[in-house]
Ligand binder design. Structure first.
Ligand code: ATP
Length: 266
């Protein structure tokens, strides 16, 4: 996804997500299945909950899993960063929200994802709070959009659920709330495997052991960062080896294999 606010079916799949099994099940039940089998749900008449708030520490996969849900359901994904809506001039942030929902309705079924949603609903100074108040009202109006909003699934993400206005948390708006915690040791291992599946990792590397022994308290983003650093170390080692053997300085990426020493140094 390159441009904020534009829709596209993401290329992130469930396979790219490690752990988060509980969240996966919930999102399957509430979003993927209703999108894939609308005929089953039509008979129930009442509007079913389409709003989700994911909260928890940064870098634990909230954005990633939302993209995977859109991919699994085969629908468009519109990504919005809360603070950027607020950066618009006074009055324009409401228009931006209206336009976004309009766009979402035209490409429904779709997933509208608000990252750092707290920024849109928290007051920051006097002028700021006025802007936020009006933005919040517009947001609430759009969320209550009735029948028209039916196939627009809205997912919000935040590290600060405590500052989200209570009005947003009512059923029908963000009625489903799921905590996305730091991964456990087992989950860290499955995240490392998900991140590492397309990377040249030496078969002798035991990712389960690394997840248990070297990564206490790491988030998914920390684990991705660890892998990135390990890649740089593997490449650096290869370059150093050809320099010392007076090679011609050309190496192939397939020659750069991540070994356990690279992960330990990273
Ligand atoms: P923030 O609150 O900072 O927006 P977030 O919870 O939305 O964080 P993501 O943006 O989804 O976190 O994760 C950042 C990166 O960390 C991902 O692009 C991915 O590389 C890695 N990552 C995080 N969690 C996972 C996970 N469960 N499985 C695989 N990779 C993960």
């Amino acid at each position: 996804l390159t441009r904020e606010g534009f829709s596209i079916v993401p290329n992130v799949t469930w396979d790219d997500v490690g752990g988060l099994d509980h969240l996966r099940r919930e999102l399957n039940k509430y979003i993927v299945r209703p999108i894939k089998h609308p005929e089953v749900y039509k008979g129930f008449g009442e509007k079913l909950e389409t709003g989700f708030l994911l909260y928890g520490p940064p870098g634990c996969g909230k954005t990633l899993i939302a993209k995977a849900v859109a991919n699994e359901a085969g629908v468009n994904f519109i990504y919005i960063k809360g603070p950027e809506i607020l950066n618009k001039y006074v009055g324009e942030s409401e228009l931006a929200i209206r336009t976004l929902f309009q766009r979402a309705r035209t490409c429904a079924p779709c997933i509208l994802f608000f990252d750092e949603m707290d920024a849109m609903t928290t007051s920051r100074g006097r002028e700021g709070s006025w802007v936020v108040g009006r933005l919040l009202n517009q947001f609430l109006t759009e969320l209550d959009g009735g029948e028209e909003r039916r196939d627009v699934y809205v997912i919000g993400a935040t590290n600060r659920p405590d500052v989200i206005d209570a009005a947003l948390l009512r059923p029908g708006r963000f009625g489903n709330r799921v905590y996305v915690p730091l991964p456990t040791a087992d989950e860290r291992a499955s995240i490392l495997k998900a991140i590492g599946k397309k990377k040249p990792i030496d078969p002798s590397v035991d990712l389960d052991a690394i997840a248990k022994m070297n990564c206490d308290g790491f988030s998914g983003a920390d684990l991705a960062n660890l892998m990135d650093k390990a890649i740089h170390l593997a490449v650096e080692e290869k370059f150093r080896s050809i320099e010392s053997s007076e090679g011609d300085g050309v190496i192939d990426s397939s020659e750069c294999v991540i070994k356990v020493t690279h992960i330990q140094q990273a």
